[in-house]
Design a protein. Sequence first.
Length: 480
Amino acid sequence: MSQSNVWTHKGTFILAAVGSAVGLGNLWRFPYVVGENGGGAFILVYALTVLLVGLPILMAETLIGRHGRQSPIMSMIALTKSHNTSKIWQVIGWMGALAALLILSFYSVIAGWSVHFGIQQFSGSMQGASHEAIATVLDNLLASPVLLLVYHTLFMVASAIIVGLGVHRGLEKGLRIIMPLLLVMLLLVLAYGAVYGEMGQAASYLFSFNLSALSLQGWIAAMGQAFFSLSLGLGAIMAYGAYMPARESISKSAATIALADTGVALVAGLAIFALVFAAQLDPASGPGLMFISLPIAFSAFPAGALFGGVFFILVFFAALSSSISLIEPVAAFLVERFRLSRLQAVCAMAATAWLLGILTVLSFNVMAEGTIFHTLFKRSAFDSIDFLATNILLPVGGVLIALFAGWALSRAEVERELGTNARWFLLWQFAVRYVAPTAVLFVFLKGLGFTSGDVWPLVVALGFMASFVAGRSLWLKADS
Ligand code: PHE
């Protein structure tokens, strides 16, 4: 790869990765998933997952990306060859591309809603309207496949243009404009929430840890949310890592990214719940939290139209800086492998995701019930795609990445990339070799209802053993 595909500015990797991480996952998904799973208890498990599983895998992904210096698929093909491991590990690249496609397909549809709500807010039509009237804004939008499709198209085209312009003129330049704007808008919304909302109530809702309130599904949701929010397990961070200058610190960057992502989720959660509580609405209202409860809350306070409008612009751009990281890894692969031009590659990925997105568009109206998805998975097409990608593909991809980085790469290689001292290295290695795989196994079994309270030592032992066996075989092959 030529030098031209290394970020020009110091710190662009962090900017790009934070841009990827901060998105609908923080502003829309996090608050409603917290609400659905009982507040503080969920956050405790979530924070632990970010620290023990997310952070080490974030480092592993960056490491593999920078070491491979190509798209995730090509990097994995090269690394399995150079390290003489089984070809099976290339599945990391392929599965990641599939997950990126699936997530981009629904991500674009939901991000499109923010355009509609931004327009509605700025028009002032919601100010002083009745709760029912405001709730129908989302209902009416969801009932119209045409409108949903228009916004979906708009968002996808905007994302494609940025990536199509290239690593420097598109991604780097775009992010350097979008990211500072996001920060300003987030602070504005937080200030608004502090003035008109019930911050104290929101804080005690978010930070009162009561583990017994967490359901089995809550554990899976916390893990899926951690992977989704940190953009882990599908190669987005890997692709950005490939453009990272050799002298930048991976561990410091990863810590900054995890901190920023969690910080934004908490700040958004505080602001949203403060307003929702002040308007005496239900915090556990599900995906409609941001699109029904929040507009109702804004409508009840002074200058709500303006700040509500700013909020939805924030959502739009946060989503945009994430969706580009879903296109980039696959587009880069198409360029490398099939020698497509960047524009052709980006169009191929965006068009496929756009087509698939029609399933999500229809899930809210024409296909709201009685489809094959409902028969097979007891959920709509949208929910099935989301569940498969977020709660299954991302964690599995993340574990495979952890095992590969932890066992197949040599200590010298890792130390050259991480540039870290021995103690930190061993901690990281222990985390990717054992802790992350075991945690994911534990949560999967729990989600399936297999682990009640007292069998957890057994599951941990099993997880460590399985990690060891998987790792050992990788390692032996790599060594021979
Ligand atoms: N992290 C993004 C968000 O929170 C979504 C995302 C997931 C982006 C996976 C890229 C890869 O909105």
